[in-house]
Ligand binder design. Structure first.
Ligand code: MV4
Length: 517
């Protein structure tokens, strides 16, 4: 096996250059991975992204249109035209946008370029959730009890639901990621729910096929990172716990899961490898499982690198983007299963432009201040810089904080510190909520499920809206100091926590403190 060696002569030519068909933090991550291998990088950007970090750090960058994603990052013809003009040999889709569009993968291959990802046919097959279920079941991967074919009628829906046992969930065959799900508690509701689910699926995906699964009421979401190559090898890189999410948007991810023992870890990993082999998987992929009462069930296979891949990188030491490029160049996987280590614990917090204490309202603005944390085990994967304009055209993900430590407690402590150090000025972010979660007792004890946020309303209740709180804290500090000139300024650090901007606010006359605080 090549293990760490440079790509062979042939491969090196094949992947001499790559077009990165994405923006923000993932574009930058892919550029960094390409740089490790000496691959020339070609970035693309929409009008508002002209000055973005991913544009700055690529070897070349080309404009592809206005802000609207449909007119820029999703414009396949334009992307392929740039690839041709720049002489790129490969296309990396990142995640989101075109990453799981089988027609895009096919168009890239037809243009004579290498798609850094699985075969178009694999993307298509796994995009059809009933086909995915059937192929996994045939491969001996446990699936949630349910129907293997889409339902033909409301009458059939009720019969199927009764056979599976209530509660059930109706899902769109073309769906995924929670879109178009409908929970049904009683037989008499099945027909109406079926008709509604079909209409919704038709409207959302242009494909009204709906199937039924038994509804697991308090599951955990555990997913396994897998990797395959073109030579028939497949391995897993252990699991990630992704239960803490809101409306199917993950907030916090960890590796490994605090709730699996070694036997469970091994069997879920082996199930994921069976899933990979069943579809001759090439490249980076993820198998999602729902876990409840010591059982796990296949949910979906995601045919892309995922946002939360860094926690896997931190515990295995593997550069997953590097592996993607090597596999795309036709190399064998750099490691065998038994040589892949699992060291310590890693946590990722997603820093999004949202106001968590105002119902997660999308936040906009100009990043006018940016201080990034450091220290042992702390990593920042971001796509913003001072001056970046955050609008409403794209995903709210600004970047990710990742903390690694010898054990979960250490990782949590480091994450808490990193969140306190992080300053993003000018745009509200998820950071203050994440900071509260790092101190919450159930989270600290690993008592988490997909219902975690619903079951902890106090995380939101105590909070005055961020902007108001900042203003109040600052005003109080100034007033108190003005009333007592010559005295030590007020200790506002604790009152302002976890809002680190004000935690570190100083008045002009404050004398320096010996410990730097
Ligand atoms: C389920 C489920 C319970 N039972 N399927 C939501 C996202 C999509 N990938 C599948 N989802 C679910 N499917 C059965 N049979 C509960 C969810 C679910 C969920 C899954 C993972 C993470 C968070 C979730 C939040 C709500 C519901």
């Amino acid at each position: 096996m090549p293990g760490g060696a440079a790509p062979s002569i042939g491969s090196r030519r094949l992947l001499e250059s790559v077009l990165v068909a994405n923006r923000g933090e993932i574009a930058l991550r892919v550029i960094r991975g390409a740089r490790e291998l000496g691959i020339r990088t070609v970035a693309v950007f929409s009008e508002p992204d002209r000055g973005s970090p991913h544009v700055l750090h690529a070897d070349e960058a080309y404009p592809i249109g206005p802000a609207r994603a449909a007119d820029s990052y999703l414009n396949v013809d334009r992307l392929l035209e740039v690839a041709r003009r720049a002489g790129a040999r490969a296309v990396h889709p990142g995640y989101g946008f075109l990453a799981e569009r089988a027609d895009f993968a096919a168009a890239v291959e037809e243009a004579g370029l290498v798609f850094v990802g699985p075969a178009a046919e694999t993307i298509r097959a796994m995009g059809d959730k009933t086909e995915a279920r059937n192929r996994m079941e045939a491969a001996g991967v446990p699936v949630v009890p349910g129907t293997s074919e889409p339902l033909g009628s409301a009458r059939e829906a009720r019969r199927a639901a009764e056979a599976v046992g209530f509660p059930v969930v109706l899902k769109a065959a073309a769906g995924g990621g929670g879109k178009g799900m409908r929970v049904v508690e009683r037989p008499e509701d099945a027909a109406r729910a079926f008709r509604a689910a079909m209409r919704e699926a038709e409207a959302a995906f242009g494909d009204g096929r709906v199937y039924v699964e038994r509804f697991l009421e308090r599951p955990r979401h555990i997913e396994v990172q897998l990797f395959g190559d073109t030579r028939g090898n497949a391995v897993h890189l252990f699991e990630r716990e992704c239960s803490i999410q809101r409306r199917h948007q993950k907030l916090i991810e960890e590796a490994p899961s605090a709730l699996l023992d070694e036997d469970e870890r091994q069997s879920i990993g082996e199930a994921a490898v069976r899933a990979a082999r069943a579809v001759d998987y090439v490249g980076a992929g993820t198998v999602e499982f729902l876990c409840q009462d010591g059982e796990f069930f296949f949910l979906e296979m995601n045919t892309r690198l995922q946002v939360e891949h860094p926690v896997t990188e931190m515990v295995t030491g593997v550069d997953l983007v590097e592996w993607q490029f090597r596999v795309a160049a036709g190399e064998a996987l750099p490691m065998r299963q038994r040589d892949i280590p699992l060291v310590g614990h890693a946590i990722e917090c997603r820093i999004t432009s949202e106001s968590p204490f105002d119902g997660f309202l999308p936040a906009t603005g100009v990043v006018n201040e940016l201080e990034l944390p450091g220290g042992p085990g702390v990593r920042w994967d971001g796509g913003i810089a001072r001056g970046t304009e955050v609008g409403l055209h794209y995903d709210p993900l600004l970047g990710k904080l990742i903390a690694h430590g010898a054990d979960r407690r250490t990782a949590v402590r480091r994450m808490k510190g990193a969140l306190e150090e992080l300053t993003v000025g000018g745009v509200s972010t998820s950071a203050p909520l994440l900071s509260l979660i790092m101190e919450e007792a159930d989270f600290r004890a690993g008592r988490i499920s997909t219902r975690y946020l619903d079951e902890h309303p106090d995380l939101f209740r105590a909070e005055i809206p961020v902007a108001t709180r900042r203003a109040l804290v600052a005003a109080a500090a100034l007033l108190e100091h003005a009333a007592r000139p010559g005295r030590a300024p007020p200790r506002i650090r604790r009152a302002a926590a976890p809002l680190s901007r004000w935690a570190r606010a100083r008045t002009a006359s404050e004398p320096p403190r010996p410990n730097g605080r």
